[in-house]
Design a protein around this ligand. Sequence first.
Ligand code: ADP
Ligand code: MG
Length: 460
Amino acid sequence: MVAAAAERVVAELREACAAPAARLNEVAAAMEAEMRAGLREEGGSKIKMIISYVDNLPTGNEEGFFYSLDLGGTNFRVLRVQLAGKEKRVAKRESKEVSIPPHLMSGNASELFGFIASALAKVIVDEGRNDVFEDKHRELGFTFSFPVRQTSIASGTLIKWTKAFSIDDAVGEDVVAELRTAMEKHGVDMRVAALINDTVGTLAAGRYNDEDVVIGVILGTGSNAAYVEEASAIPKFEGELPKSGNMVINTEWGNFYSSCLPITEYDQALDEESLNPGEQIFEKLISGMYLGEIVRRVLLKIASQSTLFGKVNHTKLKTRFILRTPDISAMHHDETPDLRIVAEKLADNFKIKDTSLETRKMVVEICDVVTSRSARLAAAGIVGILRKIGRAVPGDERRSVVAIDGGLFEHYTEFRQCLESTLVELLGEEASRSVAVKLTKDGSGLGAALIAAAHSQYQH
Ligand code: ADP
Ligand code: MG
């Protein structure tokens, strides 16, 4: 028998995380209302609804060599692609991944950008082909996945850092100007054709392969979404209306908050002890950086109220972020009859040994509760966007495709299946037939190169 006290903790967790369809519909409606408020005026909502100035999404006709730089998680990537038009598409794709030394994530801006520029310089030296560029500049799309107030297609000031980054002297600065200065210092002659974030890149990469893609979502270390909006539906947009009539909006939904969100004592404590208390609440409920940490907090509570995990002083169990989302994914998918993988993860991460099968089943259930809430909330966010743009509603015949990138969606099968089934549950069988979800791997990097091509100074 699993101890009654532990059972109570799990029952309370289940209750606090409950996200039935009625509640998710409220979340979707609140998301839609926030989106409208954010489009109306700057600072009108918690989510920023950033105008990306991307008015040309790639069509497939783009040709030539383009580069991208993807910064936003623990690694950054430099990508070089050769686009060869409608038939051949991406003829060549080379990428290089560099991990960012942790001290650069909280140092100063010139060190971070200097580090990035030196990696770029190396890529150019290695390729050693100036012939293809003749007197043209190389063109680069810069994916910078933090909230930025975009001032044009290729400039924007950093609003704040999120995830594990915190470099004070970069806040309020134009990140493209910082990159350009660093590139000059390292002798890198490249034109930054576009500054985007990973959601916009994912949307663009999705669109390159399927013109029905209207939403790009990131479910990785963090979470965010971008979508195609009619420029006339953006009251705060003051520029000239683009020819296409459309603009890509980066919602920054990670900062969404509504009183209808199912929030537990564990989420509250996690938030209070985080690098950015009170901010990114939606992201903290759904993204890969946090799910393992929420589960750890529940396990710690159980250890404090029962002897299921032994009577020792649980030092490891008290260590923040020691349990990672790939760990809970592995436990959640454990199909061995005695839940051997769960036993291994408990032993490896927490030195918890000799658990009963029932205790291990309880751990799996906790993973399931936390991950299902996450996937269901992500689905509700997507439904909020679909409703905002009048998609997948009665009478709408158009196909709507959601391009999704990120390790959480890519690798966590239970998460992905739950998100997909929740979309059907919320939209209804019939309407959901016109909606497709597509994994768009490394969309953020490829998308930046594609947007650079679509905004190239040499096209047309
Ligand atoms: P980033 O978001 O940093 O650009 P990714 O899109 O690759 O990078 O996502 C990495 C995140 O995906 C990790 O922080 C982790 O939370 C999650 N993740 C990676 N592998 C798995 C896995 N096997 N199961 C569940 N989540 C995973
Ligand atoms: Mg990424």
